[in-house]
Design a protein around this ligand. Structure first.
Ligand code: KG4
Ligand code: ZN
Length: 357
């Protein structure tokens, strides 16, 4: 079965091909440089850029693989959550392709696709605890199968990625600051007392990172001047030691907070010995090391995609779409795009009997 995946939920336009569960090829263009000029994603601009790139990227992918659109068995598209205008570009393109080729349309939950991304490179085992840490979400899930996933906790305000990016912003790091902050942290020494481990004094599995962001802003105001390093800072080579030390301390606070709630969740799920980690922040070096250590100590297993599959990409959409197709799921052409803030409905249809999978 040949599945095309389409990702356009935020500022990355991606298309990918998966054949029988294996990644064949993928293309991705990022608009990060454009949005960096504004210090964040500008939704209207983002949807126009998706429209500008989508057709050309599709042609490039199909030509590269010497495939005709009529050879596609299914088109999987990120249907939310995301920026509505951006999602509409992807879903309209997918629907047009399905109308013209009779391929099956599969609407993919972008968050579920992140969680399943590690399955592109290694076999996922269930039941598992899922930790999704991205720019918009910090969620914990109980995963019973690729299509049976229950949310256990979420962030009450900022997501972990948002905390990294906002901390990056007050420090004058180029947007989005997460990756550079990670690199700077690697050059500094963390002071565990510099920042709090927020929202642990409770018995739930939710997160709250907005206080940490404020603590970082207050620390920066009190200790750094605007001229201490070039702004926007784009390279770790130009960073002074005190900046690296602060980044290391902030990084440690976020990672230890995530680890504390993961341990709490694992204590409550005695049948679970696999941790699946996903989303842009799952590319963070300290987080990867800490979670690996935590699972090794528990004689469990960690599944996380390589850093390039942690951030938004279409390979994860095609892969999740393939898994949905294998479970006999598909959508009609009335598939709705779901913006951020609304729950993704459980509205997939069971494929008609006899429909080849
Ligand atoms: O999953 P993603 O690509 O987009 C969303 O669906 O949100 O995640 C993007 C987020 C950004 O906040 C970015 O700063 C963060 O992931 N990020 C990192 C790292 N690489 C990306 N945060 C910390 N350390 C990193 N190495
Ligand atoms: Zn994402």
């Amino acid at each position: 079965m040949l599945v095309l995946g389409i990702e356009s939920s935020c500022d990355e336009t991606g298309l990918a091909l998966v054949r029988d569960g294996r990644l064949v090829d993928h293309v991705l263009t990022s608009q990060a440089d454009i949005h960096a000029l504004f210090g964040g994603v500008v939704p209207e601009l983002a949807s126009r850029e998706h429209l500008r790139f989508m057709g050309g990227l599709f042609d490039m992918l199909m030509e590269r693989q010497k495939l005709s659109p009529h050879e596609l068995d299914a088109v999987a598209v990120a249907r939310g959550p995301g920026l509505l205008g951006c999602l509409l570009v992807g879903t309209a393109f997918a629907k047009g392709l399905c109308l013209g080729t009779h391929a099956r349309l599969i609407g993919v939950n972008h968050l579920l696709a992140h969680l399943l991304a590690a399955g592109i490179e290694e076999e996922l085992r269930f039941p598992a605890l899922g930790l999704l840490v991205s720019g918009g979400h910090t969620n914990l899930y109980h995963m019973l199968s690729p299509v049976s996933v229950t949310q256990l906790g979420k962030t009450l305000d900022d997501a972990a990625g948002e905390a990294f990016d906002k901390c990056g912003k007050v420090l004058g790091l180029a947007y989005p600051g997460g990756r550079l902050l990670d690199e700077l942290a690697g050059r500094g020494s963390a002071d565990p007392a510099m920042f709090p481990r927020p929202y642990l004094d409770n018995d739930n599995l939710d997160f709250s990172f907005s206080g940490l962001k404020t603590a970082a802003a207050l620390y920066a105001q009190a200790h750094f001047t605007d001229h201490a390093w070039p702004r926007p800072l784009t390279s770790a080579a130009d960073a002074p030691k005190e900046l690296c030390d602060m980044c290391a301390s902030f990084n440690l606070a976020v990672v230890e907070t995530l680890a504390a709630k993961v341990e709490r969740a694992l204590r409550r799920l005695p049948d679970v010995s696999t941790l699946v980690m996903a989303g842009g922040v799952a590319a963070n070096s300290l987080l990867r090391a800490r979670m690996t250590e935590l699972m090794t100590q528990r004689h469990g297993r960690i599944c996380m995609p390589g850093p390039s599959l942690c951030t938004d990409n279409a390979a994860m959409i095609a892969h999740a779409g393939y898994l949905m197709a294998v479970h006999g799921l598909q959508h009609g052409l009335d598939l709705e795009a779901i913006p951020r803030g609304r729950a993704i409905p459980d509205d997939a249809l069971k494929a008609a009997a006899g429909h080849a999978v």
